[in-house]
Design a protein around this ligand. Structure first.
Ligand code: NMX
Ligand code: MLT
Length: 438
């Protein structure tokens, strides 16, 4: 069977040819306009980035190389004994544009686990940090420190040719993904279970199977399957989201994948982006405490209005691009619906009931362009049910996942020889002058 590297190698000339054709035939073609609102409004809607692995449709949601979430659930190989797609099969799809075979998926799992031991100096660094330091800060620091062993950086110093950049980048990327479970689990152990012995990697398990084991949840099959789905689903969300965009920008300076992804993690750590899943749980728990056992639609509405009137956002609702319920939210809800023990969970019931009324309240409030839930509206609450109750850790799990998309793009940016990203900025005076003369 074809290896991952060969599958990428086979596609590189095809994509390079396509890029060359686009440049030759359309470099000067206008495909959109720039309005003042784009420049002062967080670049919302501006078509300004190349990102090949996934595209986000405002109505239908994410497509990974054209495949919807249900397509992926049907076509991407699961782990032995599991049903959910796994990180490795999603990574293969993102990197190559093709659905991997079962054998290719297993080989990739084995390759990753063999690379997955954390270097001793990173263990020491993480162990030296105070348990009060946010787990996301620790994750970003650990990932940045892994650049000590960057093959890309070493090869660049030796003066490799531009056409060879992608190979060293791919090696770094696979090493990075493979080490994330050990790094993320060590942070969890240090912060929440200090002194507890950690399991070692099991060569027969997939990336997420090992992550769950290292976290100390043993072989909890239901949690492992949930996290397999979660991590595959959160892997990529086109290029403009804050973490992916950051990885791309930093990578465009030829900074290595570890530094690029570490920067992305610090973007993910903001409450308007990945940290929202921590915030959702905090908010739903506060709602539960206030409402008590009388969980009616009217009481939830009251709580929603209280949040909005106090000037806060409703976490887990709204989106920069989506204008419908997030299909990732739907997929996670369907996972819950398929498990009787999850249907009975009070926190999962509360998420469901909130979803029944929140879009109506947000529409009446009239500010958000998208009154529907995003993926964060449910993801953390399911973890809570499984006993992973430490909210501050939730974005770390998102961070283990988002590497799939960010590193895919780093490999392709090198294979396509994409340039340094450097958009034009304008001062307020310049915007006004340009607008008046337009
Ligand atoms: N609750 C209350 N107000 C909201 C919400 C919400 N959930 N979403 C947007 N608004 C407000 C927003 O603050 C803005 O107000 P103002 O004009 O006073 O600045 C107005 O509605 C228009 O915002 P939009 O254009 O609809 O949203 P935008 O594209 O700027 O921002 C989010 C998108 C996701 C940042 C925003 O919807 C939000 O803050 N949601 C809550 C936090 C969240 O769930 N983030 C997770 C996103 C997914 N992820 O994983 O990254
Ligand atoms: C994401 O997964 O990155 C979020 O939904 C935010 C986004 O796409 O802008």
């Amino acid at each position: 069977t074809q290896s991952l590297k060969d599958a990428i190698k086979e596609t590189i000339p095809v994509k390079q040819e396509q890029l060359k054709r686009i440049k030759a035939q359309h470099a000067g073609t206008t495909i959109g306009e720039v309005k003042v609102e784009n420049v002062i409004g967080g670049m919302r809607g501006l078509k300004a980035m190349l990102w090949d692995s996934s595209v986000l449709d405002p109505e239908k949601g994410i497509r990974f190389h054209g495949l919807s979430i249900p397509d992926c659930q049907q076509q991407l190989p699961a782990a032995p004994g599991g049903k959910e797609m796994i990180a490795e099969s999603m990574l293969w799809l993102l990197l190559t544009g093709k659905v991997p075979s079962e054998a290719q998926t297993r080989t990739l799992s084995r390759d990753l686990v063999e690379r997955g031991t954390l270097p001793n100096y990173v263990e020491k660094l993480i162990d030296s940090l105070p348990a009060t330091l946010h787990p996301m800060t620790q994750l970003g620091m650990g990932v940045a420190a892994l650049n000590h062993d960057s093959l890309f950086q070493a090869a660049y110093e030796k003066g490799i040719k531009k056409s060879e950049y992608w190979e060293a980048t791919l090696e770094d990327c696979l090493n990075l993904i493979s080490r994330l479970p050990a790094l993320a689990a060590r942070i969890y152990r240090n912060v929440y279970n200090p002194g507890k012995a950690m399991e070692s990697l099991d060569k027969n398990l997939d990336l997420v199977g090992n992550y769950v084991r290292l976290l100390g949840f043993g072989d909890n099959h239901s949690l492992t399957e949930y996290l397999r789905l979660y991590i595959a689903l959160h892997g990529d969300h086109e290029g403009g989201n804050a973490s992916a965009h950051t990885a791309h920008l930093v990578g465009s300076t030829l900074s290595d994948p570890y530094l690029s992804y570490s920067a992305a993690l610090f973007a993910l750590a903001g409450p308007l982006h990945g940290l929202a899943n921590q915030e959702v749980l905090r908010w739903q728990m506060a709602m539960q405490t206030e409402i008590g056992s009388d969980v009616t639609h009217d009481r939830i509405k009251e709580y929603l209005w209280k949040t909005l009137k106090s000037g806060q956002v409703v976490p887990g609702y709204g989106h920069g691009v989506l204008r419908n319920p997030d299909p990732r939210f739907i997929a996670l809800q369907q996972f819950c619906d398929s498990k009787p023990e999850l249907q009975d969970s009070p926190i999962i019931q509360l998420v469901k009931k909130t979803y029944e009324v929140a879009p109506g309240v947000l529409k009446e409030h009239g500010k958000t362009k998208n009154p529907y839930p995003n993926v964060d509206a449910t993801s953390g609450c399911v973890l809570y049910h499984y006993g992973l109750t430490q909210f501050k850790y939730y974005t770390v799990i998102f961070g283990v996942s988002r590497a799939l998309g960010c590193i895919t793009q780093l490999v392709w940016a090198r294979a396509l020889g994409l340039p340094l990203e450097r958009p034009k900025s304008l001062s307020l005076d310049a915007i006004e002058k340009l607008a008046k003369s337009a």
